[in-house]
Design a protein around this ligand. Structure first.
Ligand SMILES: [Zn+2]
Ligand SMILES: [Zn+2]
Length: 273
């Protein structure tokens, strides 16, 4: 299992192209993709699936059945709307085969442009991906209440009086915490005004060698050589690269990535290996 610290967020799980990707952000009670489901992920309440390639959703039957067997209420599972009905069919068939009964589960189909509130103070913005099957990316923001600028100079007593009089003294602001791009051939830079400011960017980097440029294009993945101009757009404090092809060893990945990326990127880039 990989374990990375990104400021006050902890990322753990695994990610390898065609094998399995599942990346938990413990502090936000969520997991991005669920290609397999380790037992300590059963208690996570929110699951965001990027697309229906087996290495990204094959852990769902375990997640759902283990919660059902343990009497834990169904978690919120967010999936691309295209394919969501087929997924439910498959889950129903597996549960019938497994127990002869229907597991309780909560599948929430999502579409690009949706903004989905979850937990008390988080919202998931659904962004496009550019992959060989319908796929989405996720931008998770924290929603905070902020005093409106026109009230900044007032004393605590004056603010309390306004509040009591029913005046709306706060406004909502969103802080972009983490973006997860799933499998994609490009980064949707203009899909959301807060994307470039996300504190943590989780970005795939499936292929790293020059001879795999064609393969990256055909299978709709990012290649290491595409990253420098793309990453330069992001103000992120942390960039986490994921989903490397299993044809590369961790040593080769480390060597190629840090040789290729410009030195100014090195301090914020981490590899999810
Ligand atoms: Zn994949
Ligand atoms: Zn894929």
């Amino acid at each position: 299992m990989a374990l990375l610290h990104c400021g006050n967020l902890t990322l753990d799980g695994k990610s390898g192209s065609a094998v399995a990707t599942y990346i938990r952000v413990k502090e936000l009670d969520l997991v991005f993709d669920l290609g397999r489901c380790p037992m300590n992920f059963i208690g996570i309440s929110n699951v965001f699936i990027s697309h229906f390639h087996l290495d990204h959703y094959f852990g769902l039957p375990i997640y759902i059945s283990q919660r059902w067997l343990s009497g834990i209420p169904p978690g919120n599972i967010y999936v691309p709307s295209s394919g969501s009905k087929q997924l439910m069919n498959i889950l129903d068939k597996i549960s019938a085969l497994d127990t002869g009964r229907s597991w309780a589960y909560q599948i929430n189909p999502v579409r690009v442009g949706d903004a989905i509130p979850f937990r008390q103070n988080l919202v998931a913005h659904i962004l496009p991906s550019n992959h060989s099957v319908p796929a989405v990316s996720y931008l998770i923001c924290e929603v905070r209440k902020k005093l409106k600028p026109e009230f900044h100079n007032l004393s605590g007593r004056e603010i309390a009086a306004l509040k009591q009089a029913g005046v709306e003294i706060t406004t909502e602001v969103q802080l972009p915490l983490v973006a997860y791009l799933g499998d994609t051939r490009s980064i949707p830079l203009d899909a959301h005004p807060l994307l470039k400011q996300c504190k943590v960017l989780i970005c795939e980097c499936t292929f790293i060698l020059p001879e795999h440029r064609g393969r990256a294009r055909r299978t709709m993945h990012l290649h290491l050589e595409m990253l420098p101009p793309l990453l330069a757009n992001f103000e992120s404090e942390h960039v986490v690269l994921t989903h490397f092809s299993r044809r590369y060893t961790p040593e080769l990945i480390r060597q190629k990535v840090f040789n290729y990326l410009p030195p100014e990127e090195h301090s914020r880039v981490q590899l999810f290996l």
